[in-house]
Design a protein around this ligand. Structure first.
Ligand SMILES: *[C@@H]1O[C@H](CO)[C@@H](O)[C@H](O)[C@H]1NC(C)=O
Length: 359
């Protein structure tokens, strides 16, 4: 009898997809807890709100070129893995078209790997499944696709790049997980964001997910509860707090950068297995601050809201914390930019980068 009640309780927990806050958690982060409630009670409505939020990076539908025909004796390019941005999903028409177009352009298999098995879950998980957990789900998606077994090239949009970067530093070379060969990060948030400017256009947060995010952009960002839930908190890197004990202890990004308490040189070894990196910056990007972080530049901790360092002046580079400098010595870094807002590259620009780096 006791056993069956316990099983029922377990069933109920696994059916309720998202965490329900305790009173204490609700007192600490009421807005975030409200969004979690909505994820369970009205997931479709929440997914639609997230897709339309001012910080979302939803890809436009693009034209699909004719499939490339290989020349006689020409080797087939590696298959392509694509990762979508915040508020988007692999099940949306924009990502479907980008994935298809990339494969057609280079003449290879291509696939977009989601972190939820439906549009609604994939969209919500871009917020409410934390970054480390999302990387693990993404990695299972890669592992379970037999087309990718011999390695792949990958590109992401916006925070989708964090999944690929996380995969590289945790799964490259691990048995059963194919290695990411070339990684092209388009408007990637690999260096984190120090603010969410689009959530705060006139110094005031505007509704929905922005309220949930704004609520944690102070001392509340770096604790295990918030870090276990919110993907955006995982890569929130307040440039004035990178030396703080809480950042070093709790921030998931701090661990990826090997600038936190959990320093692990295997992350460097895995980063070194990828043969080429392409860092694409949108020169008018106002979703990511500082936008130059898309190419590994960062604010100077001595002047966190004033001075922007060159990428090779950052601690990451100078101390080679996770392998950026090692990769530079091996000439693996490529820098590209386009004149536009977050992920607002043109079709021709995307096709050009694919031709240059994936063929
Ligand atoms: C650092 O990077 C900048 C920008 O890419 C470059 O101009 C400069 O030469 C680099 N400095 C060193 C010491 O490599």
């Amino acid at each position: 009898m006791k056993f069956s009640i316990a099983s029922l309780a377990l069933l109920a927990t696994s059916a309720a997809a998202y965490h329900t806050c305790s009173d204490e958690e609700r007192n600490m982060v009421p807005k975030l807890c409200g969004i979690l409630d909505q994820a369970t009670a009205a997931p479709e409505k929440l997914a639609d709100e997230l897709m339309n939020s001012p910080i979302s990076a939803v890809a436009k539908e693009i034209e699909i070129p004719a499939a490339r025909v290989l020349k006689e004796g020409e080797a087939k390019a590696l298959p392509i893995v694509v990762a979508h941005g915040m508020g988007d999903s692999c099940f949306n028409s924009g990502m479907k078209s980008i994935t298809k177009a990339a494969g057609a352009k280079v003449g290879a298999y291509s696939t977009c790997i989601p972190t939820g098995d439906s549009r609604i879950k994939d969209t919500i998980n871009g917020f409410l499944l934390n970054m480390d957990a999302s990387v693990d789900v993404f990695a299972e998606g890669v592992k379970n696709d037999p087309e990718l077994a011999d390695g792949f090239n990958a590109f992401g949009l916006s925070q989708g790049n964090n999944l690929i970067r996380g995969y590289i530093q945790k799964y490259n070379g691990v048995e059963g997980y194919p290695t990411a060969n070339t990684f092209m990060s388009i408007c990637g948030i690999n260096a984190g964001v120090g603010a969410f400017p689009n959530c705060n256009p006139e110094g005031k947060a505007i509704g929905g997910i922005c309220e949930g995010i704004t609520e944690i952009l102070g001392d509340l960002a770096y604790n295990s509860f918030v870090q276990n839930i919110l993907f955006q908190a995982n890569y929130f890197r307040d440039p004035s707090k990178t030396d703080s004990d809480k950042y070093k202890k709790y921030s998931q990004l701090a661990q990826w950068e090997n600038e936190g308490d959990d320093v692990d040189s295997s992350r460097n070894d895995k980063f070194a297995m990828t043969s080429q990196y392409v860092w694409v910056l949108g020169t008018e990007d106002t979703v990511v601050w500082p936008r130059e972080g898309e190419q590994w530049r960062a604010m100077d901790p001595e002047d966190p809201f004033g001075t922007l360092l060159q990428w090779n002046e950052t601690k990451w580079y100078k101390e080679d914390t996770f392998g950026l400098a090692t990769a530079d010595s091996a000439n693996k870094h490529n820098f590209e930019s386009f004149d536009g807002q977050h992920i607002a590259f043109t079709n021709d620009e995307l096709m050009g980068w694919l031709e240059k780096y994936f063929m």
